[in-house]
Design a protein around this ligand. Sequence first.
Ligand code: GDP
Length: 523
Amino acid sequence: MAFHTPAQSAPGQLAEDTIYALSSAAGRAAIAVIRISGPAAINIYKSLCPAKPLPKPRTAAVRTLFHPTEQPANVLDSSALVLFFPGPKTATGEDLLELHVHGGTATVKSVLSAIPLSQAGAGRIRYAEPGEFTKRAFHNDRLDLTQVDALGDTLAAETEQQRRAAERGNSHVLSQGYESWRNDLLLARGEIEALIDFSEDQHFDESPSELLGNVTEQVTEILRRIRLHDEGSQRGQLLRSGIRIALLGPPNVGKSSLMNYIVGKEASIVSSEAGTTRDIVEVSLDMRGYLCSFADTAGFRGEGVNRPGEDTPIGAIEREGIRRARSKALSSDVIIVLGAVTSDGGNGFSIVVDEETLRLAAENQKPTIVAINKRDIVDDSQLQPLVTKLHDTIRNTPGLEGTPPPIPISCTNARDASLRAADPGGIHALTDQLLEIFRNMTSMPEDLQDLLGVTERQRQLLDTCRQHLEDFMAEAQPGDGGVEADIVLAAEHLRYAANALAKITGRGEVPDVEEVLGVIFEK
Ligand code: GDP
């Protein structure tokens, strides 16, 4: 959503204008919903439906809508459904009128252009700015900023798991938590300041060091909770922006074939020519509810290593492809190392897996799956010992000890419609393993599920809060160097930390509320 701060957006002035907008999607549809919010909502109703009483609050009524000024009477819609919600207990906190009109483009257009011609009374009637209904909800205390954040995520959710993560943020649980931390911090700061101001002439129950000791205990607990929120946010972020999977392996093992099979459409060219996939092809997909992106990378081989069966040195373009593949692997969340069975020309077979790729996976400590393609060219009895041997090698590689056994797959068999087995190419087994990894990466304990709703914006502000709290701890516990605790400075850090929390919810003394709103509504 692009948000342009309207000139009249200060809370006290908002109510003057009545805003309206098409709330359902543009284009031809059976029904279109037009929402009107503000003090002129009732007047607009009276202008459009002059002879009929206002429907009972929150009760749908069928009405004929007329043009407000044209004579003889011009019927805009002969049977619209009208709902009236009296403020302040409405979505925006103001009087709200909803018109469910026939969704033909001309009908919608005629109603939208008739609304501002209604008798407004005071204030203007104008089309809403993007996000303005939500902004009014915030200013009228109907939503706090954590809920506005979550609303943005709910509207943007494309997969089931994104929807679930967004729903977590819709409740008050997160904002109530931040509010209670903020109150604790402000209370602690107040006590410290009272101590500074009056300690000389009044008797206090606690000594300065006792008081600081109590506050540091509270702050330690908040810091612990912030760490949990950070973890929840990272996990939620994986659900929201998608899990990045890098598919790595030497040329010709079948990376493009596997990716194309998984994606279900031709995302990159399948070719037997080595090194075709020089650049990275990336596709986003919904995998059983999880948003993930697959990156099919350049044929991957270490410097100075030739392709199996070839002795061509690595060219500049291929080297660049490998560099990109390596950086893709570094920035991905999950790595699939793909190898393949190859024939030695006679009856012997071996498995080609790039050791460099395995090392890369081990160094980065990313969840890793090893799959061996082209199992169709060898009998199971010959394949099994090769797979077992490879598994032993992998388990002995530091960093890859816990890697599950390699999964033998065949893209050729998976595509062969004549094979009647449930999973002829073994690729379901591969996706099952991927999903198990997704679940482990994105789950939170039952009692901390709400933390999945912590958005990136909130995480950044929590990080700012954490830094101020750590600064507070450094001032309040200066160590053994004989330095006195600077309680004036310590109290100031508590105030900064509380301000960061205020920016999360938009409640309390937010120093620059318009800036905070701008960040949210820019989405
Ligand atoms: P990439 O270079 O790793 O992306 O490999 P490709 O997907 O381009 O495949 C290389 C060659 O292997 C192509 O000729 C594919 O048809 C072939 N191929 C892919 N998967 C299989 C498989 O499961 N079995 C067999 N026998 N050949 C395969």
